[in-house]
Design a protein around this ligand. Structure first.
Ligand code: PLP
Length: 366
C-alpha cells in the first residue's frame, strides 16, 4: 500500500514543500477516538487534536457516516444555488447563540477577515482595537490584527492599517486606545496561541459597558475556543457576555476545513449583496460535517464531558505543580488547559511524544 517509509516521506517533504512548518518527526496514518497511530504502528493519545479541530476525536462514526452520505449525494455546488445542509446548520446553530445571521468561510483567518470587513463597513469607521499576544490568522488583514510583531515585521509596508494593539486583560489600555474612529474591539475570549491566557470576568464586563456607551462593536474570535473546548459551546458564555460578531472555525467541522462569522441582525445589515463572497464556503459537504459535529456535541453531552474531564485533568496537574517548582501555573477551562513552565516546553513535547502523548507547546513555555 505504501510506496515510501517514514524517513523517505520526511525527506521527500523536505525537498518538495515550501518550508513553513517545524514538524514533529512522525507521519500520522490513522486514528480512532482519542488515539492516533503513525506509519510505523506507534500509538499516541492525541491531546493536541489537530490544534483544537478534532472536536469529536478521530473517525467518530456519526461524522464519518455524515460525510460518506453527503459525498455520494453532492460535494459542491456554487453559492448561486441554495443547499440544504448549509441552511439546516444555520437554523440549528444560531438559536444556540446571541446571533441572527452567519456567513460561511473556509478557515479561521477567512472568518476573521470577513468579520473585520463587516465591522468596518457597518460602522463606517477605520480602527479596531486588538490585543498583544493575540492570534487571528495569516492573511495580511488578520496578521495586521494579530498581536505578534515578529509575524508582521516582513510585511510592514503592505499591511492594512487601523489596528491598535493593547495589552490583553488591561481595561485602562482599551480606554486609552479608543478614538472617534474606533469601529470595534476584537479579542479571543481566552488567548490560545498566546499561552492559554484567561482574562478576568471584570475585564469583559467593563468592555461590554464601554461598547454599549460608545457604540463600539465587540468581535469575539472563538476559532480556537468554540465547540466545547472550554466546557461550554462558546467560551464567552463563561464570562456571561454578548458580542456583535463572533468568528468560528477549527472544531466546527470536526476536521473538514470550515469557518464562519456570525452577527446580530443589526450588524449583519452592514453587508449588502456583492459586499463579500466565497466559492467553497458553506458547501454541502462541510456543512453536513458541521451538522453531525453539533448534533453529536449536544446528543452525547460533550460539553459536560469537557468540563468533567478538564476538571479532573486540572486537579491532577495541580497535584504535580505542588511537587515540581518548574510548573509555574495551571490554567484554562474545560479541555483547553495550559501548563506554564519556568523553562522552555519544547523538550517536554518531544519527551511526551516518545512516551505516546501528543501535546503542543505555545508561547515558548506553555
Ligand atoms: N483565530 C484563532 C484564535 C486561532 O487560534 C487561529 C489558528 O490557530 C486562527 C484564528 C486562524 O485559523 P486558521 O488557521 O484556520 O486560518
Amino acid at each position: 500500500k505504501y510506496f515510501m517509509n517514514t524517513n523517505e516521506l520526511i525527506e521527500a517533504e523536505d525537498k518538495y514543500f515550501i518550508n513553513t512548518f517545524a514538524r514533529q518527526p512522525i507521519v500520522l496514518d490513522h486514528g480512532k477516538g482519542v488515539k492516533v497511530w503513525d506509519k510505523d504502528g506507534n500509538e499516541y493519545i492525541d491531546m493536541f487534536a489537530g490544534i483544537a479541530v478534532n472536536a469529536l476525536g478521530h473517525a467518530h462514526p456519526k461524522l464519518v457516516n455524515a460525510l460518506q452520505g453527503q459525498v455520494e449525494k453532492l460535494i459542491h455546488v456554487s453559492n448561486i444555488y441554495y443547499n440544504e445542509p448549509a441552511i439546516e446548520y444555520a437554523k440549528k446553530l444560531l438559536p444556540l447563540t446571541e446571533f441572527d445571521r452567519l456567513f460561511y468561510a473556509n478557515s479561521g483567518a477567512e472568518a476573521n477577515e470577513g468579520a473585520i470587513k463587516l465591522a468596518l463597513k457597518y460602522t463606517g469607521k477605520s480602527e479596531i482595537i486588538t490585543a498583544k499576544d493575540s492570534f487571528h490568522g495569516r492573511t495580511l488583514l488578520t496578521l495586521a490584527a494579530t498581536g505578534h510583531e515578529e509575524y508582521r515585521e516582513p510585511y510592514l509596508k503592505n499591511l492594512p492599517q487601523g489596528f491598535i494593539e493593547v495589552p490583553y486583560n488591561d481595561i485602562e489600555a482599551i480606554k486609552e486606545a479608543i478614538s472617534d474612529e474606533t469601529a470595534a474591539i476584537m479579542l479571543e475570549p481566552i488567548q490560545g496561541e498566546g499561552g492559554v491566557n484567561v482574562p478576568s470576568k471584570k475585564y469583559f464586563d467593563e468592555i461590554a459597558e464601554i461598547c454599549a456607551e460608545k457604540d463600539i462593536l465587540l468581535i469575539l474570535d472563538e476559532v480556537q475556543t468554540g465547540f466545547g473546548r472550554c466546557g461550554t459551546l462558546f467560551a464567552h458564555e463563561l464570562f456571561d457576555i454578548k458580542a456583535d460578531i463572533m468568528t468560528i472555525a477549527k472544531g466546527v467541522g470536526g476536521g473538514v476545513p470550515m469557518g464562519a462569522f456570525l452577527a446580530t441582525e443589526k450588524v449583519a445589515g452592514g453587508f449588502a449583496p456583492g459586499d463579500h463572497g466565497t466559492t467553497f464556503g458553506g458547501g454541502p459537504l462541510v456543512c453536513a460535517a458541521a451538522n453531525a459535529v453539533l448534533d453529536t456535541i449536544l446528543d452525547e453531552d460533550l460539553l459536560e464531558n469537557s468540563k468533567k474531564v478538564g476538571a479532573y485533568f486540572k486537579d491532577k496537574l495541580n497535584e504535580l505543580k505542588e511537587k515540581h517548582d518548574k510548573i509555574v501555573d495551571v490554567r484554562g477551562h474545560g479541555l483547553m488547559i495550559g501548563v506554564e513552565l519556568s523553562e522552555s516546553g519544547a523538550g517536554y513535547v518531544d519527551k511526551l511524544r516518545e512516551m505516546g502523548f501528543l501535546i503542543n507547546c505555545t508561547a515558548g513555555n506553555v
